[in-house]
Ligand binder design. Structure first.
Ligand code: CP3
Length: 348
């Protein structure tokens, strides 16, 4: 594929540690339900139809770039397309969220799943990426993504969302050998999948470990970080990789050692504390409390500037500390983005 020049490459430069004229900004889950343009498509197509149709995925990916003016596009898809490609049935049930009717509970259940040929099972994602790159025409970089193995195991074992993922954790503690076999299958699939995303044109990759914070530090190392390390190692020479392990900031120092170019942090850790722990050579991404976008606009503007100052110039990508909430007014999201884009650090 012909290399395309990217006009707004702020995010790529800040991930390489280069000085930037201003802090770049995007929002996790920016392509989604707070946008009326997305809701309209939702009435006509099921969730996985929207993911599997490259034209629809492309249209939804571009919406926040056009409507909110973010500095990166993130592929519209879901982390659960990987368990699906591995052979599990995944449904998205209204109000309940993800539902996997036949979760993994024991060693014999691994026979029902496999490490698939991603070019067969996930080619629709690669096709969407090629189309998005064409339509973006170099305006901003495209972020590809996958769920981290631990977070995918949570859904594959629990079978649905949960506050504690207690069944998934029990599975790891009662049947560690089976858990590790599953984590390795997910890891192998994810590496092939992310390599395919890069070959199709993804400029940056993000790993979402949304449930990393459910594990204590030792268990996070054993059941999550070991696999994240394999993925980062396999991809880091191709594109910058951002690791976002929500709530797992007790392992920030270890995550900074994985070779990730960026680390996502949530709002429960202070930017300066995160910087002290992570060291100088990694870009930090975050960490505005998504619920704060429900507050009044002047407050959003004030606190966004405070966040920018707390991170300082360079090596920061402004973002939320988790996904944008569906009830956020579009102009509040825009106020966050516009405040970042207008802010300039003085030279002192
Ligand atoms: O960030 C983006 O804009 C790209 C699209 C994206 C989606 N899901 C679309 C989506 C991304 C990056 C994800 C990641 C994802 N999916 C995560 C990790 C990030 C996080 O928020 O923690 C997780 C845990 C999932 C699993 C998942 N998918 C859940 C729990 C749900 C239901 C609840 C919810 O948040 O909506 C989904 C469905 C989903 N994925 C929707 C969207 C836009 C909403 C479904 C709909 O519109 O009908």
């Amino acid at each position: 594929m012909m290399q395309q020049e990217i006009k707004n490459d702020l995010i790529l430069r800040t991930l390489r540690g280069e000085a930037v004229e201003r802090t770049p900004v995007w929002m996790m889950r920016q392509a989604g339900r707070y946008l009326p343009e997305y809701i309209r498509l939702r009435e006509r197509y099921s969730f996985f139809e929207r993911c599997q149709n490259p034209e629809l995925a492309c249209e939804i990916t571009l919406q926040p770039v056009d409507i909110v003016g973010v500095d990166a596009a993130i592929l519209f898809s879901d982390i659960l397309v990987v368990p699906q490609a591995m052979g599990m049935e995944v449904q998205l049930v209204e109000k309940l969220g993800p539902f996997l009717p036949q979760p993994v509970k024991a060693e014999e259940d691994l026979q029902r799943i496999s490490v698939p040929d991603v070019n067969d099972k996930l080619s629709y994602v690669f096709e969407a990426i090629r189309l998005i790159k064409k339509e973006l025409n170099g305006r901003v970089p495209l972020i590809g993504f996958a769920g981290a193995p631990w977070t995918l195991l949570c859904y594959m074992v629990q079978g649905k969302g949960s506050k504690t993922f207690d069944e998934a954790k029990a599975f790891c503690y009662q049947q560690p050998a089976t858990a590790h076999a599953l984590l390795q299958m997910i890891t192998d699939t994810t590496i092939a999948y992310l390599k395919g995303q890069v070959a199709a044109g993804a400029d940056v990759l993000q790993l979402f470990d949304s449930w990393g914070g459910l594990l204590g530090k030792n268990d996070f190392e054993v059941f999550s970080l070991r696999y994240i390390r394999q993925i980062v190692e396999a991809l880091k020479t191709e594109v910058p990789v951002i690791v976002f392990a929500k709530g797992a900031w007790g392992s920030l120092a270890e995550m900074a050692q994985t070779g990730a170019a960026g680390l996502g942090i949530d709002w429960c850790i202070e930017p300066q504390t995160a910087r002290n722990i992570a060291g100088k050579y990694v870009t930090l991404q975050g960490n505005f409390d998504p619920a704060k976008l429900l507050g009044p606009v002047p407050q959003i503007e004030k606190e966004t500037k405070e966040m920018l100052r707390a991170f300082g110039k360079d090596r920061h990508i402004a973002n939320l500390g988790h996904g944008i909430l569906p009830n956020v007014p579009v102009d509040h999201a825009r106020a966050f983005v516009d405040t970042v884009k207008a802010y300039r650090f003085s030279n002192s």
